[in-house]
Design a protein around this ligand. Structure first.
Ligand code: DX5
Ligand code: ZN
Length: 219
């Protein structure tokens, strides 16, 4: 399988959200990555259900919702109704992670788990078979436009080994500081999905940038 691209609308222009989502529809993006922040789990607030629903009305691609919120179990069904195809919760925000994964799947959404940069891969070893997407944070969550953390490559290799050892089918998603320099290295290390926010939306031609992220050659 070739890798997937998930542009993050956190870096979009919210004054013309319809236009930006339509650009994603017309592009080679595979998923639309949607960052929800509550000002408690992370030191920033992004947006909630009304914005999600506005995206849902327009989006023709898989909606990949990344919840950077405390107590995500309170809102899983509402995010599903708001159009989420994939719901990703943070390992660090879930006391009962196994239970929340079942809750997500019961809604019909795919279940994802995100790991902060300091959280070891080994913490997922007893639950990896229940996860459909692992999102490795390659920046500290909360803000777009941060610098990529190099240790991510090592974590991808460890996660790939765990997935193979346990016979899991889960995808590896990388979130934070992705650009055209590190993208080929990430895919070569085993990444399946690349999230990119500022690199796409701050570029001269976002459609072309998405294509560039999708089409590079791995040497
Ligand atoms: C960070 C978010 C990321 C962010 C990525 O907390 O989870 O998805 O939008 O933005 P860039 O690509 O600019 O690092
Ligand atoms: Zn994200």
């Amino acid at each position: 399988m070739s890798h997937l691209i998930a542009p993050s609308v956190l870096a979009a222009n919210f004054g013309q959200l319809d236009h930006d989502v339509e650009m994603l529809n017309q592009s080679t993006a595979d998923w639309i990555h949607i960052d929800v922040m509550d000002g408690r789990f992370v030191p920033n607030i992004s947006f909630g259900f009304p914005v999600l629903q506005a995206i849902q009305k327009k989006a023709q691609k898989t909606m990949d919702v990344h919840l950077m919120i405390e107590q995500p179990e309170k809102y899983i069904e509402q995010f599903r109704e708001g159009g989420a195809h994939i719901i990703t919760v943070h390992y660090e925000a879930c006391t009962h992670l196994h239970s929340i994964l079942q809750q997500i799947k019961a809604t019909g959404a795919r279940a994802g788990v995100a790991l902060n940069p300091h959280t070891p891969i080994s913490f997922l070893s007893d639950v990896i078979q229940d996860i459909e997407v692992v999102c490795l944070m390659s920046v500290n969550p909360g803000f777009g436009g941060q610098k990529f953390i190099q240790h991510t490559y090592q974590k991808i290799r460890e996660l790939k080994a765990l997935i193979q050892e346990k016979g899991s089918a889960c995808l590896i998603e990388i979130d934070g500081g992705v650009n055209l320099e590190n993208a080929p290295l990430l895919v070569a290390a085993g990444a399946d999905v690349l999230v990119a926010g500022s690199f796409v939306f701050n570029s001269q031609d976002p459609t072309q940038t998405i294509l560039d992220l999708k089409q590079f050659t791995i040497y």
